[in-house]
Each structure stands twice: as structure tokens, then as C-alpha cells.
Design a protein around this ligand. Structure first.
Ligand code: PLP
Length: 400
């Protein structure tokens, strides 16, 4: 087996340099552990950025992938397929929705939602309001929807019809609504924006504005869906049901897939030929998603996620109290938790992540504000203890 350095050298020569990567070539994953080409093991509290919710290479998902790969890998949406329909039925039986559109990624699921909102709004109603600090993807429309200037820079002019409202400010949100507005788009908890949950009253206020102004409410649950917060979808715990919901990331536990869910009434606005995707609903990805969903929906799984989320939050709260110069608090829901850094902590954020990596712990620095913990949902309390011990060691040693 070649070493990390060999792979890094080869990789640095061939890719468009869009990614800043950890200096490791990962060759294997199992549960919450990854191994690199030098044989070093890591405790993974990133889960492929909230993707491998059942851990790496979950045997049931792997078996479903292998079985489907031997039967039918692709046939296009000119045909019906069994895994696609089974997946749609499972999603609908366990959500508010009556209809699904299948895509390949979070950005594509959001693109479908944006197109549906415009079609449903009708002529002249094309504007979508999203929140500052949000992240919705990297296609031009989803970049435009994303409420962070750093993702816009150099790509202007961005597509028209996207407006950003300040986070947490309902009057400002209402002020942003015009004759052209067709929808409000938000993440129930901003993941990339620094693990920032939207308060329940704020969410209820957003829903009320949508009702008052006849707008669609779109929840981007690409990062926080699929059990991450302790319910299959985050909205279930929030007292607010969206009109459209997008899912991706963990939906197939590591295979590329995206889904847009909505009601019969709204779905009727996208008739035959209005939207499509060659690979959307690929049979292997769908078979993996069916297997993944069945495990997440099995008795007791989500209750355990909640318990472990509380445990993780407790551990992080203890660390914040022990290191007040670096950490100011903890926020999150279920197994997405952020250790919010102070100004001093923020100044050292990237160095803290690098030091944790050296110690064999994978975390990342979200929104330039919080150390984000998004472990596989199958993480054990012992692994949470191990994570907290490494983090404590690094925050104490200050090796930067
Ligand atoms: N929406 C949210 C909330 C996300 O966190 C992400 C990715 O981080 C996306 C959309 C984009 O998903 P993808 O990278 O699969 O296009």
C-alpha cells in the first residue's frame, strides 16, 4: 500500500484546487473509525460531513448496495424501478409529504425546491428569501440562496431572485417580503453557518409569515435530517411543518442522493417535462437509502440518538466551563453539537482542528465560530468520552 504522502503528491498534481484537505489519504472506514494509507486510525466525529450516519460501511447498507449492483445499476427515469418506489413510499410514510422528487445531492434537491417554488408561485412570483448565515449548496442558484458573502465572491452576477434576511429578526424578514416573493427557505439549524439552531418561536413566526403572505416554507434538512437531531426529520420536533423539505447527505449513508418532499397540491405544479435528472433515483443509491431508512426507523434508534446527543452536549458543556478562554458555550440538537469558541478560540480555530487531527480526532470548524461534532449516529458513549478526552487534552496543551 502506498503512503499518505504518495497519494497527496499525486492528488495535488491532478485536481482543480477547490479543496483544503486534511493531510491524509483515507483507505478504510468502519463504524466511527477511519484508517489512512499510513495505517493511522482516526476517531471520526465528522461522518463525511453528516453523511455516514450509520457509520462507515454499515454491513446492512453494504449488503443492499452489493445486491442491487448485481441486479440493476442504472436504467434512467424513463422507467419505474423497485428501489426508487420503495424509497419514496418509506419517505412519505414517515413525513408530512405526499410526493418526492429524487436527485443526486443536496444542492440538486434545493434546486428542485427552488424551481417548484417559482412554478407554484406563478408568473412574477420568483423571489426566495433565505437567512444570513445559511448554506444551501454550490450551484449558482443555491450559492445565490446561501446567505454568506464569501461563497458569492467572484461568481457575480448571481442569478436574480434571491434575498437574504438577518438571522433571528422576524420584522426584517417580513419587510423583505414583496409582491415577487414566492417562498422562504431556511435550515431549521444552520450547520455550515456554525451549528445555530433556529428558536421555536422564530420558526413559528416564519411559518406565520408564510401563511399571512401566501408563501411556501422550504426547510433545507440536507444536513440535519435523517435522524441527526433525534427525529427522522428535524421539523418533527419543532412544531412547524414545511411545505417543501429537502434531504440528501445521510439519506443513503454515503451514496450520492438527494430528495425533495412536498404535498400533492404543491407537487402538481411540476408537470411532466418540467424537471428531471439522469441519475436521480439511481437504483443502487435508492437501495442503500431504503436500507438506511429502515435502520434509522427501527424501534429505539432515534431515542438513543437523543440520549447520546444529550450526553455529547453535557460533555461539551463541561469542556466549555473548563476552558472559558477558548470556549463560550454549546449549542445544537441531538447529535449535531457545536462548541462555540470565544474570540481567542476563533483565532486558533484552524490550529485546534489541526492539533486534533494529529491526535487522531476528526472535527471541523463550522462558520468560523464553532467546533462542530457530527459523529455517526451509532457512536457509543465510550467514543464520546474518548472524543472529549482528546479535545480536553488539546485545549489544555494549547500546542499552537
Ligand atoms: N444544504 C445544506 C444545509 C448543506 O449543509 C449542504 C452541504 O453541506 C447542502 C445543502 C449542499 O449539499 P451537497 O453538497 O450535497 O450539494
Amino acid at each position: 500500500m502506498s503512503s499518505n504522502q504518495e497519494w497527496i503528491t499525486r492528488s495535488d498534481r491532478v485536481f482543480v484546487p477547490t479543496y483544503t484537505r486534511f493531510p491524509a489519504a483515507i483507505v478504510e472506514g468502519k463504524g466511527c473509525r477511519l484508517t489512512d494509507a499510513d495505517g493511522k486510525e482516526y476517531l471520526d466525529f465528522l461522518a463525511g460531513i453528516a453523511v455516514c450516519n450509520l457509520g462507515h460501511c454499515h454491513p446492512t447498507v453494504t449488503a443492499a448496495i452489493c445486491a442491487q449492483a448485481g441486479k440493476l445499476t442504472h436504467v434512467s427515469n424513463l422507467f419505474h424501478t423497485q428501489p426508487q418506489t420503495e424509497l419514496a413510499e418509506l419517505l412519505l410514510a414517515n413525513s408530512f409529504a405526499d410526493r418526492v422528487f429524487l436527485a443526486n445531492s443536496g444542492a440538486e434537491a434545493n434546486e428542485a425546491a427552488l424551481k417548484l417554488a417559482r412554478k407554484h408561485g406563478g408568473p412574477g412570483r420568483y423571489e426566495v428569501i433565505s437567512l444570513l448565515g445559511s448554506f444551501h449548496g454550490r450551484t449558482l442558484a443555491t450559492v445565490a440562496a446561501t446567505g454568506q458573502a464569501k461563497f458569492h465572491q467572484g461568481f457575480e452576477p448571481l442569478p436574480a431572485g434571491f434575498v437574504h434576511a438577518p438571522f433571528g429578526d422576524l420584522p426584517a424578514l417580513e419587510k423583505a417580503i414583496t409582491q415577487e416573493t414566492c417562498a422562504i427557505l431556511c435550515e431549521p439549524l444552520q450547520g455550515e453557518g456554525g451549528v445555530r439552531p433556529l428558536e421555536l418561536e422564530y420558526l413559528a413566526g416564519i411559518k406565520a409569515l408564510c401563511k399571512k403572505h401566501d408563501l411556501l416554507l422550504i426547510f433545507d434538512e440536507v444536513q440535519v435530517g435523517m435522524g441527526r437531531t433525534g427525529s427522522l426529520f428535524a421539523y418533527e420536533q419543532l412544531g412547524v411543518t414545511p411545505d417543501i423539505l429537502t434531504s440528501a447527505k445521510a439519506l443513503a449513508n454515503g451514496l450520492p442522493i438527494g430528495a425533495m418532499l412536498t404535498t400533492d397540491r404543491i407537487a402538481a405544479s411540476l408537470g411532466p417535462g418540467t424537471h428531471a435528472s439522469t441519475f436521480g433515483g439511481n437504483p443502487i443509491a435508492c437501495a442503500a437509502a431504503v436500507a438506511t431508512l429502515k435502520i434509522i426507523l427501527a424501534d429505539g434508534f432515534l431515542a438513543e440518538v437523543k440520549q447520546k446527543g444529550d450526553y455529547l452536549a453535557q460533555k461539551l458543556t463541561t469542556l466549555a466551563a473548563k476552558h472559558p478562554e477558548l470556549a463560550g458555550g454549546v449549542r445544537g440538537r441531538g447529535l449535531i453539537q457545536g462548541l462555540v469558541l470565544t474570540d481567542e478560540g476563533i483565532a486558533h480555530g484552524p490550529a485546534i482542528i489541526a492539533a486534533l487531527f494529529k491526535e487522531g480526532l476528526l472535527l471541523n470548524f463550522a462558520g468560523n465560530t464553532a467546533l462542530r461534532c457530527i459523529p455517526p449516529l451509532v457512536v457509543s458513549e465510550a467514543e464520546i468520552d474518548e472524543m472529549a478526552a482528546i479535545l480536553d487534552r488539546v485545549l489544555t496543551a494549547k500546542p499552537w
